[in-house]
Design a protein around this ligand. Sequence first.
Ligand code: PAF
Length: 283
Amino acid sequence: MRVYTSKTELNAFINTEKSSDSSIGFVPTMGALHHGHLSLVEAAMVENELVVVSIFVNPTQFNNPEDLNKYPRTLAQDVLLLETLSKTKIVVYAPTVEAIYGAQTSVESFDFGGLESQMEGQFRPGHFDGVGTIVKRLFEIVKPDIAYFGEKDFQQLQIVKKMVEITQLPVHIKGCPIQREANGLAMSSRNSQLSVLELETAALIYKTLQSVKQQFLNDAPEEISEWVRTQFHNHELLKLEYFQISDIETMAPIRQKNQTKKYRAFIAVFARDVRLIDNIALN
Ligand code: PAF
């Protein structure tokens, strides 16, 4: 498999491969790949002649330096995993921090129309400017036709769509379904930091969301939120950071149900110091 660290070499290769009617699919990742990532790559392989997977732990989207330091970096393993899908149709782009940001790591400031101030944006200040900065830069380098993002990070997916609208970059954004472990826990690179007991216990997150979906048929959002808080209150291993039912267009919390709107429930939970997020479509 071709693994490029230089954007010039990556571009030279893409230019030799790309004909006028072929398309480039792009899966941006921070590595520590799992089957959730592979499902994105598989979706990209169905729709594109060539798939670029970027592996880059982006420092500007971490508001907690400890979280950045302990983020798993497993490039050799990631390449082997991708090779199980294809050695020729997939290309890896794994730049260094200096190659992307130069000597001084600077972040662009975006106005995402309020999407950035809810949930992840509220609890991780600056996170979405970091995401917007890196995704924009990667789109400019890779120049994909279609880019694929997992719905586990649904707020990020909406932010990236907004960034593309603002910048008018010619790329189509596709959201792909959340992949889950057998016990329902959403697949995440962070799961590798959990003990066996924590992995088992974290199944409560998705069980709670499934129950929320049922309750949403009849109950008021505030009642449901209160019920979720009681599920995690004084829990031995899990600590609820937030739970919110949001309109998927604005990400703002729901006040009253409206038949014409689409809603999702979003949750962030700590298992020790490992932060896990998940969400579910409610209607
Ligand atoms: O979802 C991720 O892994 C990251 O936020 C992304 C989109 C690769 C940007 O660094």
